[in-house]
Design a protein around this ligand. Structure first.
Ligand code: SF4
Length: 343
């Protein structure tokens, strides 16, 4: 029988999963994975930073926060024609989705027409569109939808009770509110978080509980492993046990059976063997490209070699019988130089 789609996960249940012997946890996650996906397919996404650095927020992990001295130079919002040129390159390389990120607390209303122009142009190329721009008002979400936006990324980052240790310039409820505006606008959501920020296992379970108990499971769930950047407050944090990261992937797969569970930031530092364990634990999406906003990403040659060694293939776009789409974003080789909100 197919695993149930639940929105009432209790913290103890998720902690009990975390506490299983690793082979048993992997078996359960792999079983759920096979109920909904071909385990040989991995969605491949790339994103472009359309406005880098200079962000007024204080997210402790982020090199794009203006207040930290990380060597990231702030840029202005790219011109639409520059973005479209990158999108054309992406399409020529096989992309089906194009993600645009801007390091803002929230877009100003005057920014929306410029971003809408980018979205409309990318959409007109026949690509799926995704954006991550910070907090959105209902009207902004509607305007982006009207321009042709398909997905919006907005992460919960961590458990509610740990959020105040990581971010001080906004509240958890602000994140939930934007996600609600995005859902109300009819956009698909991409929402996950970061592990390895010094949180406890219970707090890692708390992040997954918050994600799984949203009114709708996010279509994509990026699970980032903290990339420690010199100059940010989290530089020097004790490294998370790699097996604990695998456990987090497996529990995410079990709690959100139909979502794309994405290996995002932190993948560059992972061995091929650790990435393979993550795929076995139910991860089925990666970012692919030279850089993941401001931190490194494995080069495409290494990814292609890893796929070949593991017998994995990029996931094509398809829509299942009840309309839940499983879009793959096949992408080769454009630069995604910097992004903030750790999709
Ligand atoms: S994560 Fe996003 S909101 Fe936070 S400082 Fe970085 S760019 Fe700004």
């Amino acid at each position: 029988m197919a695993s149930e789609i639940r929105h009432d996960w209790r913290r103890e249940e998720l902690l009990a999963l975390f506490g299983l012997p690793l082979p048993e946890l992997l078996f359960r996650a792999a079983t759920v994975h096979r109920e909904h996906f071909d385990p040989s397919e991995v969605q491949v996404s790339t994103l472009l930073s359309v406005k880098t650095g200079g962000c007024p927020e204080d997210c402790s992990y982020c090199p794009q926060a203006q207040r930290y001295h990380t060597g990231v130079d702030a840029t202005k919002l790219m011109e639409a024609d520059q973005v479209l040129e990158k999108a054309r390159q992406a399409k020529a390389a096989g992309a089906s989705r194009f993600c645009m990120g801007a390091a803002w607390r929230s877009p100003k209303d005057r920014d929306i027409p410029k971003v809408a122009q980018m979205i409309a142009g990318v959409k007109a190329l026949g690509l799926e569109t995704c954006a991550t721009l910070g907090m959105l008002s209902p009207g902004q979400a509607d305007a982006l939808r009207d321009a042709g936006l398909d997905y919006y990324n907005h992460n919960l980052d961590t458990a509610p009770e740990f959020y105040g240790d990581i971010v001080h310039t906004r509240q958890y409820q602000d994140r939930l509110d934007t996600l609600e505006h995005v859902r109300q606008a009819g956009l698909k959501t991409c929402c996950g978080g970061i592990v390895g920020m010094g949180e406890t296992r219970e707090q890692r379970a708390g992040l997954l509980q918050a994600l799984a108990n949203l009114p709708a499971h996010p279509d994509s769930v990026p699970i980032n492993r903290l990339v420690q950047v010199a100059g940010t407050p989290l530089a020097g944090t004790a490294e998370l046990d790699p097996f604990e990261f695998v456990r987090a992937i497996a529990v995410a797969r079990i709690a959100m059976p139909r979502s794309m569970v994405r290996l995002s930031a932190g993948r560059e530092a992972m061995s091929d063997e650790l990435q393979a364990l993550c795929f076995m634990a139910g991860a089925n999406s990666i970012f692919y490209g030279e850089k993941l906003l401001t931190t490194g990403n494995p080069d495409t040659g290494r990814d292609q070699a890893l796929f070949a060694r593991l017998g994995l293939v990029p996931m094509p776009v398809r829509v299942d019988a009840d309309g839940h789409d499983h879009p793959g974003t096949v992408h080769a080789d454009i630069t995604a130089p910097a992004r903030g909100c750790a999709a």
